[in-house]
Design a protein around this ligand. Structure first.
Ligand code: OAD
Length: 245
């Protein structure tokens, strides 16, 4: 895999890097991307029709079981070379922050120490009514009930139509003013406001590096478009930029 000397110099001179990721960075771990066709018994459902507050209120058992199915799948997967290379960046650059749309927790498991989860984390739960964090380990009901108010417990992820966690969003947005390089890895850049981050970075004059096997609308704002799988491109890019590691 060849990289331009300009790209390698840009990386080597970077002090602060923001790595923005989507489902594609977990694809090689075996986690279906959001727009992959649903598999098995979920084949007849679109993710967009399940990950909403209305869907949960309409059929809480189905939505809860869908997340249980995804959590079971995610329990079996491991961080892939893309996650590991992103974590290794922290040894090579002064400051690295990961801003992810993923809810699988794989960046932290790979060793990244500063991860902003824009869309929440599937390993957490909270009460749909009182919004208190919920421990579901001993609740026999489906979905579990809140020990405080008796409301239904839901996964701690952002659903379609819901606002992003304010603190996570504002920290991610503020970071755009101070990063030297913005990686955009494994996202179709279809969902706002997350998809506005690469655009804002570019407007701030920050070089954007897009890594994706497919074209996306952000190709035109990226200064570097690396067409390939994150698990292959990222390790190769780090080896080329920092050959002595
Ligand atoms: P998508 O499924 O929309 O897009 C996944 C992207 O990853 C696509 O552009 C693929 O081409 C790319 N891809 C696939 N395999 C890859 C690989 N091995 N390496 C690199 N890229 C690869 O997932 P997201 O863009 O993450 O929001 O979707 C964003 C949001 O849409 C999700 O967080 C979710 C959904 O609505 C909420 O749940 C609120």
């Amino acid at each position: 895999m060849n990289f331009t000397s300009d790209l390698l110099a840009t990386l080597r001179n970077a002090r602060r890097i923001l790595v923005f990721t989507g489902a594609g960075v977990s694809a090689e771990s075996g986690v279906p991307t959001f727009r992959d066709a649903q598999t098995g018994l979920w084949a007849k459902h679109r993710a967009e029709d399940l990950a909403t507050p209305d869907a949960f209120l309409r059929d809480p058992v189905m939505v809860w079981n869908w997340y249980e199915w995804r959590r079971e799948l995610m329990r079996k997967v491991e961080p892939n070379p893309a996650h590991l290379a992103i974590a290794r960046l922290e040894q090579l650059v002064e400051r690295v922050t990961v801003v992810t749309q993923n809810v699988d927790g794989l960046h932290a498991r790979a060793g990244s120490t500063d991860v902003i989860e824009l869309h929440g984390n599937v390993w957490t739960n909270f009460c749909f009514d009182c919004r208190r964090p919920a421990d579901v380990s001993d609740s026999p009901q489906v979905p579990p009930r809140c020990s405080h108010c008796g409301g239904m417990v839901r996964p701690g992820v952002v659903w379609f139509g819901e606002a992003l966690p304010a603190a996570a969003w504002s920290r991610a947005y503020d970071l755009l003013q101070s990063v030297d390089v913005f990686f955009c890895i494994g996202t179709s850049s279809l969902v706002e406001p997350a998809a506005s981050l690469p655009r804002e970075a570019r407007l701030n004059g920050c070089p954007v590096i897009q890594i994706n096997p497919e074209p996306t609308s952000h190709d035109e704002i990226a200064q570097y478009v690396l067409r390939g799988k994150a698990g292959e491109v990222m390790p190769a890019l780090l080896a080329a930029a920092w050959p002595t590691g």
